[in-house]
Design a protein around this ligand. Sequence first.
Ligand SMILES: Nc1nc2c(ncn2[C@@H]2O[C@H](COP(=O)(O)OP(=O)(O)OP(=O)(O)O)[C@@H](O)[C@H]2O)c(=O)[nH]1
Ligand SMILES: [Mg+2]
Ligand SMILES: [Zn+2]
Length: 352
Amino acid sequence: MSTPNLQALGWDAAWADWLASSKYAGAAVGRVARMETSVVTLWGAGEPVLAQLPTRLKAPEDRPAVGDWAVFQPGPPTAKVRDILPRRTLFERRAAGRRTQRQVVAANVDVVFVVSGLDGDFNPRRIERYLAAVAHSKARPVVMLTKAGALSEGQRARVRADSEAVAGEAPVHLIDVIDRVEPDAAEQYLGEGTTAALVGSSGVGKSTLLNHWAGEQRQETREVRARDGRGQHTTTHRELFVLQGGALVIDTPGMRELALWADTSALEGAFPDIEHLAGACRFNDCRHGAEPSCAVRQALAQGELDSARFESYLALREEVEATSAEVEAQRRRSDARSQRLGRRPGSRSGRR
Ligand SMILES: Nc1nc2c(ncn2[C@@H]2O[C@H](COP(=O)(O)OP(=O)(O)OP(=O)(O)O)[C@@H](O)[C@H]2O)c(=O)[nH]1
Ligand SMILES: [Mg+2]
Ligand SMILES: [Zn+2]
């Protein structure tokens, strides 16, 4: 199989300029199309290249993500990744496990489709959480509510209203690619050279959407479990696909939970209504708790701001702040350790 060329994969003048003025001028580059633990699949140089990662890029938080541009040293014997180009956008989350660290999901994506099924998976709180992660990524969010065919007109209107109330500036689409409800609603976001990612819980129909856009079965899909309506984690790798029209789409495995890796400014992006209200609070660092003249509390009392949405905002803020505090504590501990060992604080070896 021959891979698309660099231009077809989204390589543009700005990427080329970066490379030409870097210490890697003239080196081979490729786009990460698939990621396994220590091997990446790179496209853009004829045949797919399987490249090894250097130690420096092996830690989960430092690893390349699908969508990254990588400078590499071609084989033989084996191709090796030398570096990753600075990312324009990055969808990331907090990794599961005790250690506080991030996990990169998809890089250099223009659009993130937040996919949610209207068959039981639907939950406005989950959409808020995903939108906060998209705001942090700097990509453009689009909410795709799948399996709309089973809903009556009235139910659709209600779901649409509930979703638009939490979607902020993100467009919301109710679709069904099997029962053909607005099956081509996403076309407007899939222009030539655009990179999009599909994210959401297992079983919501991410791979089904990809197959529909591709016009053929590129990814396996599987029914949700009859017992609880949950997906079966059918997709197990993040992978890049090229559509006929020239758009690039990253399909991802369903997430059990999306723990945020973000800063509070991402919440501003996901909760523009609350941010707007906050502009009228007396204190510009108002936490919307017990402060006097809090416009957010006032809007709550007057029923202009939904209390479930405000609770959700507070919970996500707490989560983001707790993670930042843990990261800071981790950094201090490792700097102290480095100093004891006589290393420069913050040096790579000190951070491991
Ligand atoms: N009726 C209907 N069924 C859908 C739609 N989208 C997906 N499905 C069904 O939902 C099930 C799960 O779809 P997948 O595409 O495998 O879901 P996924 O999000 O890729 O799941 P993971 O790979 O596990 O994360 C399949 O049986 C699909 O046929 C839709 O719009 N309408
Ligand atoms: Mg899938
Ligand atoms: Zn306030």
